[in-house]
Design a protein around this ligand. Structure first.
Ligand SMILES: [Zn+2]
Length: 373
C-alpha cells in the first residue's frame, strides 16, 4: 500500500456526518415544517439521530438504542446534546409512518446522489425475496399433535415458505418477506417492498422494476432465480427494456426441447447477436451452407435476448448473488432482524429506516473517497 489510508471514523462521527448531509438535513427541515415536536419537545435532529443510531449500532429496540445514546457522550453530542426518551422515540416512529412521503423523498434523494457518485449503480439489477420472521409466536400448533393456532400476536404476518440454504432446513415460517431489487455491482438496494409471507415473490418483480425506474435506474439487465421463470416476468422485463437473466424451469415445453436453438443438417445454429428494438435474436447455420443462412428468433422465455448458453448470461447470473449477500448484511449487520415491531406498516417503516441508514452511510463513504485521477 502506498500513500496514506483513511483512518476509520467512529460511529459518532459518522452519525454527525449523516445528520449534516444535505439529503438527511432536508428530511429534518421538512419534518420541522410539519410543526411536530416529540413531547416533551426534543429537536428533530435528535429524533432522526436516534433512528439512524439504531441501525448504525445494529440494535433491535428503541429501549436499548436510547439507553446507549444516553450514556454515550460522543453520540449524544452528535445528535445535538440531548437524548430523547424511549416514549418520544415510539411517538416519532408513529409520526414517520404518517409522513411516509417525506421519508420516501429522503430515500429517493440519497439514491439519486449515490447514482451520481457511482454511474454504474443500478445498471444490472438482481431481484429476490427473503424471509423476515414476525415478532410473534411462530409455533403453528398449540401443543404437540394439538389444534392449529388461531390467534397470533401479529395478525398481519402469515405463513410462508422458506427454501433450504446450505445447512439450513427449508420449511414454513410465520412472518413477512422483503422483496428487493439490488444493484449487482455495488450490492446496494434500489427498490424494496415488505409483504406478508404468503404472497408469492413473482408477483412483485414488476413493481420493483417500476419503482427502480421511478428512482432513475434504467436497469440494462435483471437477474432472478428460477422461481421467477415465467413468460409474464420475461415480458415485463423486456417491456422495461431490461434483459431478463433467469434460469430455465423444466416446463413441458422445455422437456419437448422447444428452448433449443434452430438446427439443420450442419448442426445446432449459433447465436450472432440480438436486436432489442426488433425483440429478436439472430442465429446462423454453423457452416453457412443453408439458405437463408440466418434466422431471427422472437424473444420469449424460451429464447431470451441474452441466451442462457452465453458467457454474458453466466456472468450476469453470478451477479444475482448480490441480492442474497445484501439481505444477509441488512439482517445481521444492520439489525433488519430480529423484528421487534408488529403490524405490516411498522415492519415496512423498520425496513425503510434500516435501508436508508445503510444507503446514507454508503453515500457518505462515496463522498469521502476522492475521485481517482
Ligand atoms: Zn445449415
Amino acid at each position: 500500500m502506498d500513500g496514506q489510508t483513511v483512518p476509520p471514523r467512529s460511529a459518532a462521527t459518522e452519525l454527525a456526518g449523516l445528520l449534516d448531509s444535505p439529503e438527511i438535513g432536508r428530511l429534518i427541515a421538512e419534518l420541522d415544517e410539519t410543526r411536530w415536536t416529540g413531547r416533551p419537545g426534543y429537536p428533530l435532529r435528535a429524533m432522526v439521530g436516534v433512528v439512524l443510531a439504531k441501525s448504525l449500532y445494529s440494535i433491535p429496540t428503541w429501549t436499548r438504542t436510547v439507553a446507549l445514546v444516553r450514556e454515550h457522550h460522543a453520540l449524544r453530542e452528535a445528535i445535538g446534546g440531548e437524548c430523547p426518551s424511549v416514549y418520544a422515540a415510539y411517538r416519532f416512529a408513529a409520526k414517520l409512518r404518517a409522513y411516509s412521503d417525506l421519508l420516501d423523498g429522503c430515500i429517493a434523494r440519497v439514491l439519486d446522489r449515490l447514482h451520481r457518485e457511482k454511474p454504474e449503480f443500478g445498471r444490472d439489477l438482481a431481484i429476490d425475496a427473503s424471509d423476515l420472521p414476525a415478532y410473534a409466536n411462530g409455533q403453528r400448533y398449540l401443543s404437540k399433535n394439538g389444534p392449529e393456532r388461531k390467534r397470533y400476536s401479529d395478525p398481519d404476518a402469515s405463513w410462508g415458505h422458506r427454501s433450504a440454504v446450505s445447512t439450513r432446513k427449508g420449511g414454513g415460517f410465520y412472518g413477512y418477506k422483503v422483496h428487493a431489487a439490488v444493484c449487482a455491482r455495488t450490492d446496494l438496494p434500489v427498490a424494496w417492498q415488505v409483504e406478508s409471507a404468503r404472497a408469492h415473490e413473482s408477483s412483485f418483480a414488476t413493481g420493483l422494476l417500476d419503482a427502480a425506474k421511478d428512482r432513475g435506474f434504467a436497469a440494462e439487465t435483471t437477474a432472478l432465480d428460477m422461481g421467477y421463470d415465467t413468460e409474464a416476468i420475461h415480458a415485463a422485463c423486456e417491456a422495461r427494456d431490461s434483459r431478463p437473466i433467469i434460469p430455465l424451469k423444466q416446463t413441458p415445453g422445455v422437456k419437448r426441447g422447444e428452448h433449443r436453438p434452430p438446427n439443420c443438417k450442419h448442426g445446432g445454429w449459433t447465436f450472432s447477436g440480438s436486436d432489442p428494438n426488433r425483440g429478436a435474436s439472430k442465429w446462423r447455420c454453423p457452416t453457412g451452407e443453408c439458405r437463408p443462412g440466418s434466422l431471427w428468433v422472437k424473444a420469449d422465455r424460451l429464447h431470451p435476448l441474452v441466451p442462457r448458453e452465453s458467457k454474458r448470461w453466466k456472468s450476469l447470473y453470478r451477479g444475482r448473488g448480490a441480492v442474497e449477500r445484501e439481505f444477509g448484511r441488512l439482517k445481521h449487520e444492520w439489525a433488519l432482524l430480529p423484528l421487534r415491531v408488529r403490524g405490516i406498516e411498522r415492519v415496512r417503516l423498520h425496513a425503510d429506516l434500516t435501508i436508508l441508514a445503510k444507503l446514507a452511510c454508503a453515500l457518505s463513504r462515496a463522498r469521502a473517497v476522492p475521485l481517482a485521477a
